[in-house]
Design a protein around this ligand. Sequence first.
Ligand SMILES: *Cc1c(COP(=O)(O)O)cnc(C)c1O
Length: 390
Amino acid sequence: MSALERQLAHDLADLEAQGLHRALRRVSEVAGTRVVVDGRPLINFAANDYLALGAHPALRSAALRAVNEFGAGSGAARLLSGSLSPHHELEQALADLKGAAAALTFSSGYAAAIGTVGALVGKGDVVILDRLVHACLVDAARLSGATLRVFKHNDLNRLEELLRWAVPRARRATVVITESVFSMDGDFAPLREIVELKDRHGAWLLVDEAHATGLFGARGEGRAGELGIADRIEVQMGTLGKALGAAGGFIAGSRPLVDWLVNRARSFVFSTAPPPAQAAAARAAVALIQAPTGVELRRRLWERVAQIRPSLGLPEAAPASAILPLILGPEMEAVRLADALRARGLFVPAIRYPTVARGQARLRISLSAAHTGEQIEQLTTALAELRPLP
Ligand SMILES: *Cc1c(COP(=O)(O)O)cnc(C)c1O
């Protein structure tokens, strides 16, 4: 064994002892919510494909058409020869969906966050983050070189204190970063109030709608559109890999914002353009979520969410997202329960540090419009037997 192997074997054993070791599982078949994982058929409660669009015929055929027309790859970065028609069509559709002047796509939501925050702020600026924002936004803020401040989850008083402190100090800008629907808790940010606050203090706002785009608003435009405040949010961010069933990330906002990112977002400039099939599939999804299909898929999804909530001790009718956390605390407990569910044919992931704080381990149930009532019932029955509510 080399010194590197010895060191890493030791570190991995350490993770194992803390219940924090993670490994890949091979998914060999996918048929809607039925998947085969490491050779075992399971019902999938671990996907973010909330509207089951990933397998939709419109996305499949859009991807195939793009492969036939443009090939498998884009051939270059966007600023060279890789800026293909499917990218431009997708960006126009995203700008329309988000009520913005322009939009720009990236290879992933992660890349969108890293490139965008880094292009907007630097040393001497201030970034103010909700404590529960996604890791990509934390990494983006750290890498930007700006001064970071974190406020307690959804705590408007603390946010206002930080704004009062930050804005007069910042060299060029103070940016507030939050999500509209939080990725591990499935709860909402008080977006209207945050918009008021940042306007009053003269800061910019980035809202990540990774878990809201496609699901909220009459056309699936997300929470900002639903609340009628999209034009007051400087930077609207999203992913194409969740409810939109494809892959990639995007930013929507003003024309100068997008022009600036084209010039300065390093994860955009120095990276090969996403494959044309990916852009074309996402474009088809953006059309579907605004059509009657989208309305019907959302109706089905919310019906399933209402069905499962009581069994998790949550009121059926309260405002809900498609992410349902069952918070257990100890890492080992979450792993034990996830294993027991898998033995019954149910794939529900145990979420642990570093995705959530230590001692906040949980099962994260994500529902899709493709789940049947019987599949939900199987899960609620198993949960009741394995872990009766107090
Ligand atoms: C998944 C996720 C991302 C990252 O998007 P990808 O396209 O998967 O890279 C960003 N923000 C939030 C809140 C997410 O849940």
